[in-house]
Design a binder for this molecule. Structure first.
Ligand code: SF4
Length: 428
């Protein structure tokens, strides 16, 4: 989401005639778009803020320093108190004030813009990045689920869905500009609901399918779908339309029902497995990726075993695995029976080892398969080779002409190195 929002902010700059600086020291504006979801992301952002504040102080540089995103939303004016060199703090709901901030910088004005004034989230019109063949299209924002470990509902607010016509317009626009793959975005993407005409997520997918195809967009993905909100009608629409990629990111978080309950997830491990089964029988060859959170307060060894068993049953193609870090302001922050750091790491290492085993086995079994790929660019290691990706998000390196970048081709996986396939020939 931050990536999409950064593109939208860059577009606003471009439309006003701004160009990218070679580095921060030569810029007139430095904008840091921050993320609060993980503690590590916040720590990194603090490091960057301190770096740019230090530059301003030490070299008496005059650039305007703007802090945007979730951290700006969460900490507000406190950021300015801690870092007096920061000029503007622009939370996720105050992005619509960005043109005003730019204007003030352009005029050399020191007027104070109250970025606390605009509490309602509004969607940017476009999130397109010049020259890209893949684009994010935000369709909803915020979350009402309040999973006990998650800070998103506090920094992104309650769910707001985007006007379907606006979404279709953006898809038409990016398609015309050469985008071939889009990812519909939302913190809780499948709880999309446009109240004015009752369009829910599956109805939106139904609208999107013909628009995407007409506009030249051949692959549509979505992130992140909550298993608790995954409806039968969504599965049906996906089954009817090949434009929806046969790979779904479905964050399970844990395999133990007692932990899922403590996390305030709204499904059980059994329901998750049932859902995976329903999707598999409707979508031929579909693969899954997931998020797994270990070391939640009170988690027992038996709970870990249940997670490992669930992983064994589903066999995710890949997972984002992490251990619990308490976030102040969330319910889980105050839960007793925290797991010791060492034990959390040990449990996480077992989950990672099992995932590596599954990924490796699934990928090896694919050697010899013939797939359609989107050609994304030139390989960094060899200028004669192209980087391509399948609809299942598998990376394949293949020799081929530069003229094919941005189009689709067909190839056969001949070998595997790490998690990257190689192919000998690319057929247009
Ligand atoms: S559904 Fe996702 S974004 Fe919403 S509270 Fe849970 S983890 Fe956070």
């Amino acid at each position: 989401m931050n990536s999409a929002e950064s593109s939208a902010l860059a577009l606003v700059c471009k439309e006003r005639g701004w160009t990218p600086a070679e580095d921060g020291e030569r810029a007139d504006i430095v904008l840091l778009n921050t993320c609060s979801v993980r503690l590590t992301a916040e720590k990194r952002a603090f490091g960057r803020i301190a770096h740019y504040c230090g530059l301003k102080k030490k070299h008496k540089l005059n650039f305007s320093l703007i802090i945007a995103g979730c951290m700006a939303q969460r900490l507000g004016e406190k950021l300015k108190e801690k870092y007096p060199q920061v000029n503007y703090v622009m939370g996720t709901c105050a992005r619509s004030l960005f043109p005003m901030i730019l204007e003030s910088v352009e005029n050399g004005s020191t007027a104070v813009i109250d970025t606390n004034e605009s509490p309602v989230f509004s969607f940017s019109q476009s999130h397109f990045e010049e020259g890209q063949f893949r684009s994010f299209v935000p369709i909803m924002h915020g979350c009402n689920n309040f999973c006990s470990y998650c800070i998103v509902p506090y920094v992104r607010g309650r769910e707001v869905s985007r006007d379907p016509q606006n979404i279709l317009e953006e898809i038409r626009l990016v398609g015309e500009r050469g985008v071939r793959e889009i990812t519909l975005l939302g913190q809780n993407v499948n709880s999309y609901y446009w109240e004015k005409d009752g369009t829910d997520f599956s109805a939106l997918l139904k609208l999107i399918a013909p628009t995407a195809e007409k506009s030249g967009v051949k692959w549509v993905r979505f992130l992140s779908a909550n298993p608790g909100n995954f409806s039968n009608s969504t599965i049906e629409v996906m089954a009817e339309n090949k434009v929806f990629c046969r790979h779904i990111h479905l964050p399970v978080q844990h395999g133990s029902n007692s932990v899922l309950k403590a996390m305030n997830r709204t499904y059980t491990a059994e329901r998750f497995l049932e859902l995976v089964g329903e999707i598999r029988s409707a979508l031929d060859g579909v693969t899954f990726s997931t998020d797994i959170l270990v070391g939640f307060p009170g988690e027992t060894e038996e709970d870990v075993q249940k997670t490992l068993r669930l992983m064994d049953e589903v066999k995710f193609l890949y997972s984002f695995m992490y251990h619990f870090n308490p976030r102040e302001g969330t319910k889980a922050f105050d839960l007793p029976n925290r797991i010791a750091e060492g034990l959390k790491r040990e449990r996480l290492s077992r989950v990672i080892a099992l995932q590596k085993k599954h990924t490796s086995a699934l990928l090896k079994a694919r050697i010899g398969s013939t797939e359609v790929v989107l050609i994304e660019g030139i390989s960094r290691k060899n200028a004669d080779e192209l980087i391509t990706r399948t609809e299942k998000d598998e990376m394949v390196v293949v020799p081929g002409p530069l003229s094919m970048i941005g189009s689709f081709g067909k190839l056969t996986f001949s070998s595997l190195k790490g998690n990257t396939f190689r192919a000998k020939e690319l057929i247009p």
